[in-house]
Design a protein around this ligand. Structure first.
Ligand code: ATP
Length: 257
C-alpha cells in the first residue's frame, strides 16, 4: 500500500505547523522523516494516522483519501506508534498486545486461536514474550516501547507510522527494530532523530525544517555536509559505510570545543 501526502498543511490556533507538504512512500518502502525539534515531523505523521485533519491538502493510501475512510477502516490499514505512548492501566503485556486486534473485532468477540498465535509471534519478534504476564506499569521504558510495537504489529496493518520508535531502546533493540522494518514488507513512515540510523534503515528521507520539506530523496543524495549544517546547525564529516555504502555522519565535537 503506498502513501502520499499532497499539499498537506496544518494550522492550529492561527499558527502554521506544517505547510504544503508533499511526501510519498511506495509500497514496502521505509521512508524516514528527519529534522530538528519542532520542525513538524509528528504533525505530519498525525495526519496519516488521523489524529489530526489537515487544514489543506490530503493524505492518500493507495489513491484513497483517508478522510473518506471510517476510523475503523483506517485502523485496519494503518498502525501507529506515537511519542505519547504511555498507559496508566494495570494491564499485562499480553493484554496490551491483544488490544492491537481491536479494529478487526466486533463487540466483545474473543480472540481466535490464530489471533493468539499472532500475538505470540509479535511478542517474540519484539523480544517481550518473557514479559507476557507482567503488568506494563512495571516495565522499563524500552520494554514498554517494544510492547507497543508488538501491539502495532498484531493490528496487521499495511502501513506502519512510527514516531521516534528507537527512543528508550538499547542499541541491540534499535538495530533489530529498524532491520525488521526493512524486511517486513510494510510501508513505513518513521520519524527519527538519529541520522545514521535513518540513513542505514530508510530507502528515502524527507527532511523537514520550519514546517516545510527542504529535501527529499535517497539518503546518499539528501545527507550532505551542507544540508546537515544548514538544517541541523552542526558540522559533520560524512563517510560511506565501508560495507553498505550508506552515508554515515561523524560529528566534529573536538573542533567545536
Ligand atoms: N496542538 C498544538 N498547538 C500549537 N502548536 C503545536 C501543537 N502541536 C504542535 N505544535 C507546534 O508545532 C511545531 C511542530 O511540532 P511537531 O511536534 O510536529 O515537531 P517535531 O518535528 O515532531 O518535533 P520533535 O523532534 O521535538 O518531536 C512545534 O513548534 C510545536 O510546538
Amino acid at each position: 500500500m503506498d502513501i502520499a501526502l499532497t499539499g498537506v498543511s496544518v494550522d492550529i490556533a492561527g499558527k502554521s505547523l506544517i505547510r504544503d507538504l508533499h511526501l510519498e512512500a511506495d509500497s514496502g518502502q521505509v521512508v524516514g522523516l528527519v529534522g530538528p525539534n519542532g520542525s513538524g515531523k509528528s504533525t505530519a505523521l498525525r495526519c496519516v494516522y488521523r489524529a489530526l485533519t489537515p487544514s489543506a491538502g490530503a493524505v492518500y493510501l493507495d489513491g484513497t483519501d483517508v478522510a473518506t475512510l471510517t476510523l475503523r477502516e483506517n485502523a485496519q490499514r494503518v498502525a501507529a506508534l506515537t511519542q505519547d505512548n504511555h498507559t496508566d492501566l494495570d494491564f499485562t503485556v499480553s493484554e496490551v498486545v491483544a488490544l492491537g486486534r481491536t479494529p478487526h473485532l466486533r463487540g466483545n468477540q474473543p480472540l481466535s486461536a490464530t489471533e493468539h498465535a499472532l500475538c505470540r509471534e509479535a511478542m517474540e519478534q519484539t523480544d517481550v514474550l518473557h514479559l507476557q504476564d507482567r503488568s506494563v506499569l512495571t516495565l522499563s521504558g524500552g520494554e514498554r516501547q517494544r510492547v507497543f510495537i508488538a501491539r502495532a504489529l498484531v493490528q496487521q496493518p499495511k502501513v506502519l507510522v512510527l514516531d521516534e520508535p528507537t527512543n528508550h531502546l538499547d542499541v541491540r533493540h534499535q538495530v533489530e527494530l529498524l532491520s525488521f522494518l526493512g524486511k517486513s514488507g510494510l510501508t513505513v513512515l518513521v520519524a527519527i532523530h538519529d541520522l545514521n540510523l535513518a540513513a542505514a534503515a530508510c530507502d528515502r528521507l524527507g527532511v523537514l525544517a520550519g514546517g516545510e520539506v527542504v529535501a527529499a530523496g535517497a539518503p546518499v543524495d539528501v545527507l550532505t555536509t551542507d544540508l546537515v549544517r544548514r538544517v541541523f546547525g552542526v558540522d559533520a564529516t560524512i563517510v560511506a559505510h565501508p560495507r553498505t555504502g550508506v552515508p554515515q555522519l561523524l560529528y566534529d565535537l573536538r573542533e567545536k570545543a
